[in-house]
Design a protein around this ligand. Sequence first.
Ligand SMILES: CC(=O)SCCNC(=O)CCNC(=O)[C@H](O)C(C)(C)COP(=O)(O)OP(=O)(O)OC[C@H]1O[C@@H](n2cnc3c(N)ncnc32)[C@H](O)[C@@H]1OP(=O)(O)O
Length: 433
Amino acid sequence: MRLERFTPSTPEGDAASGHPARTLDWLNAARRGFYDKPLTEKEAAAIAGSYQADGRELTAVYDDAAVAPGLGAEIPVATYASFTRSLNTGARLIDAHLVTMVTVRPTHRRRGILSRMITADLAQAKERGLFVAALHASEGGIYGRFGFGRATEAQDYAVDVRGGLPMHAPVAGSVVQVQPARLGELIPEVFSRFHAATRGSVDRQRGYLMRGTGAWSDDGFEPDTALRAAVFHDAAGTAQGYVTYVFDGWDAKVPALSVRDLVAATAQAYRELWRFLGDHDLIETVNYHQASVADPLPWFLSDARRVSASGRGDRLWLRILDVPGALGARSYVRDGTLVLTVRDRLSLTTGSYRLQASGGVGTITTLTSAGPPSAEAADGIELDIADLSSLYLGSVRVADLLAAGRLAGSPAAAARAVALFDGPGAPYCITGF
Ligand SMILES: CC(=O)SCCNC(=O)CCNC(=O)[C@H](O)C(C)(C)COP(=O)(O)OP(=O)(O)OC[C@H]1O[C@@H](n2cnc3c(N)ncnc32)[C@H](O)[C@@H]1OP(=O)(O)O
């Protein structure tokens, strides 16, 4: 097996590697891995351009022993991509190493190819100085062993909008319908305000701009003529939110709209965009797939039962690569001191650390990174890096990790952990990658 890392390119750019279809072959191997149709050369060029803008790095694994009539040795048997985007820790934005497009051909599965790719990649990301890695998992049982923990959750809504959506609050600001193609400047502007204000948010890749403006369809790369859009302006005339959505068609079970994307920089913008969605005559249901688990919509409505929630599940998974760096980049509600002993199967963060929080700021001292735990560790907590990664943004409470047997420590140490890690609200991420 041969592993290559490269940046996406045009056939001319790839020619220097001796494999002019290198990017196209990688993209189609990844699509095969997710059971998608192969791309045309035009589509591949559009995606490669978008990936270049994202700064993605591609990993391919080749099987030089491939024999006819099987796929040729130039077609990757495994794909893996990574790029950097900021993550809101609740205190500030830090660079996160995003992992995506992981596939291994069925004929090559369970031979350790994913393990090899991810172990090398995470070690490199740590060497580059990144504190955390993140991904969205196709299955819940794969990534814990590599130190990833569930870090944000979301839920699906089906909202009954028959006769509109009566709300407690009076109408504020204004909503206008716009052509999606006119959203080019507004999408990044509104998202960046949402991102700066939302713990757990990850900055978005270029594909969001392409799909939000209708330049690409939801599942392809042709213009999306069915896409509709609306923008909310507050009383001062500032655009504070937008929604893109489609009509599900007259053949659907009930006449429905499906929200493709809804980004609101303020609670008022969120409320007024929902009021707008409810103002579509003939429509009975609005479907939404990225509601926060602490979503306020039911409280906005005169009748909260208009909202049916389902499909609650994990979205973002996080993996701390550098404990002092990551814990020093979040905030703490209370002052206190806690020693954490961290287990890490990949040995990237194994060790004991003293966390001292004062005035919201954490200072972390590495006590040991190899050998026996420090004497101070006896009075601390012990947990796996995947569970510390789940605690990091606040998606799980210390008591739940204790009850699950995933966190060990004396009652006094656990109480100190509660004081430091259990904060208000739920982290929220509306970026998929
Ligand atoms: C971030 C993303 O891109 S998520 C998308 C992931 N990709 C997919 O779901 C596409 C379809 N699946 C695949 O392509 C492959 O099965 C992959 C990528 C999930 C796994 O690749 P493989 O090369 O077979 O994994 P590898 O052999 O390295 O296994 C690593 C470990 O994960 C385990 N594992 C692998 N796949 C799974 C799975 N689907 N469920 C549970 N455990 C799994 C293995 O048993 C092994 O465990 P061990 O370390 O305890 O021995």
